[in-house]
Design a protein around this ligand. Structure first.
Ligand code: SF4
Length: 387
């Protein structure tokens, strides 16, 4: 694993800037082949040699994906913002009866979908009254009208809520959802695996052990999942690294995670922090995730929270995916995310091309659907790969 070898070079470069040019000329293979350790990851967060860190993460990304960068034609659906909880950091949730509360019918959900989509990403509030049948019927209706759309839905927080509310095991909940069309779980609800932060910001939401248990069960049932990290609020670099290490440990056992998605916290009106994490923090987090999570195939630069430009730059810092067209994002935009609510296929292709990468359109489980030309300028389909 040559990339881990060069991590030591970055750490040395940080400690001895005078040696920088010599270190940068070292070949990755000149080092040892072990995994990145917790202390090394922390030293990388402290490095001032951002470009060398990016270079190492880029090498690790290229070893897996070459010059490719993935995206998906998808639509995000947040069926309701009515939630039984009131997490301190959340600008999205509200209570029934408030002016901003909304609840979507299945017909309204179907209206937002189209045959061009490959993925629908569904997450929302923990609704106090909806019946289990509603959730099953939602999936049945989507698959009946749009059989080509893969359903990526419900965070571990929601699965846990369904399990308790409807008095079924997590396994039974997942099996029933699978039977009506569930393809994958998104990675939300993980926030940061820190009891200190959980008690301060979301004390009534599940913590790391339950989140990891639910994903472990999903993996056992053959449901691939994703994993997020919410950063840039009150967490420390140690907590970020520990979060990633817990994911790495589970992934060693199950191989069920498809992607890791660092989510930059949007301060909104919560006043948890004054401003969003800097671009430097975004890039370091992406790069260190690529180096630390050596067993997770995809590292996603989520343009909704990072912005289009930093997401594109991240493709040179270890990311190989920038998510998708989204269609309509409510959760981050409730917290005043300045990014657009949607991007077109052409815009995503152009962003990736401008970054010098080859755009690869994918589905929800990373099957490649179409590869585009790498050239700058207009999107041009180069070849197609059938599912
Ligand atoms: S973060 Fe999720 S669980 Fe917490 S209040 Fe917001 S929607 Fe509800």
């Amino acid at each position: 694993m040559p990339e881990f070898l060069s991590v030591a070079a970055v750490i040395r470069a940080t400690k001895r800037q005078a040696m920088r040019s010599a270190v940068l000329q070292e070949t990755p293979c000149a080092q040892t082949g072990r995994r990145l350790t917790r202390n090394e990851a922390l030293e990388l967060f402290a490095t001032q040699d951002l470009l060398r860190l990016g270079q190492l993460a880029d090498q690790a990304k290229r070893a897996r994906w070459g010059n490719q960068a993935h995206f998906v034609i998808n639509r995000q659906i947040n069926p309701t913002n009515v939630c039984v909880l009131s997490c301190r950091f959340c600008d999205f949730a509200t209570k029934r009866g408030r002016p901003n509360a909304y609840e979507m019918t299945i017909a309204q959900i179907l209206d937002r979908l189209s045959p061009q989509l490959h993925e629908v990403h569904i997450v929302g509030g923990l609704h106090p009254d909806w019946r289990w049948d509603y959730y099953l019927e939602m999936f049945r209706a989507i698959k009946a009208q749009f059989p080509q759309i893969q359903i990526k839905a419900w965070t571990a927080v929601e699965i846990d809520y369904f399990s308790k509310k409807f008095r079924m095991s997590v396994e039974e909940i997942l099996r029933q959802l699978q039977a009506v069309g569930l393809t994958a779980l998104p990675g939300g609800g993980a926030e940061v695996f820190s009891e200190r932060i959980r008690k301060a910001l979301f004390p009534f939401k599940i913590g790391a052990p339950r989140w990891l248990e639910i994903h472990r069960i999903a993996h056992r049932l053959g449901i691939p999942t994703n994993a997020t990290l919410l950063y840039g609020h009150r967490e420390t670099h140690e907590e970020r690294v520990d979060h990633m290490l817990k994911l790495r440990e589970l992934q060693d056992q199950t191989q069920g995670f498809m992607s890791f998605i660092p989510l930059a916290y949007q301060p909104g009106r919560t006043r948890v922090v004054a401003r969003q994490a800097s671009a430097i923090e975004d890039l370091k987090t992406i790069a260190i995730a690529r180096l630390l999570l050596d067993n997770v195939p995809h590292i996603k630069a989520y343009w909704v929270t990072m912005g289009e430009e930093i997401a594109a730059v991240s493709l040179h810092f270890g990311a190989d995916d920038i998510d998708g067209t989204i269609g309509e994002e409510r959760i981050m935009h409730a917290a005043d995310a300045p990014s657009p609510v949607a991007l077109t296929r052409e815009r995503l292709v152009a962003l990736i091309q401008e970054a010098g990468c080859i755009p690869v359109e994918r589905d929800a489980v990373y099957h490649p659907l179409k590869t585009y030309a790498a050239a700058n300028g207009h999107a041009r389909c180069e070849s197609s790969v059938s599912q």
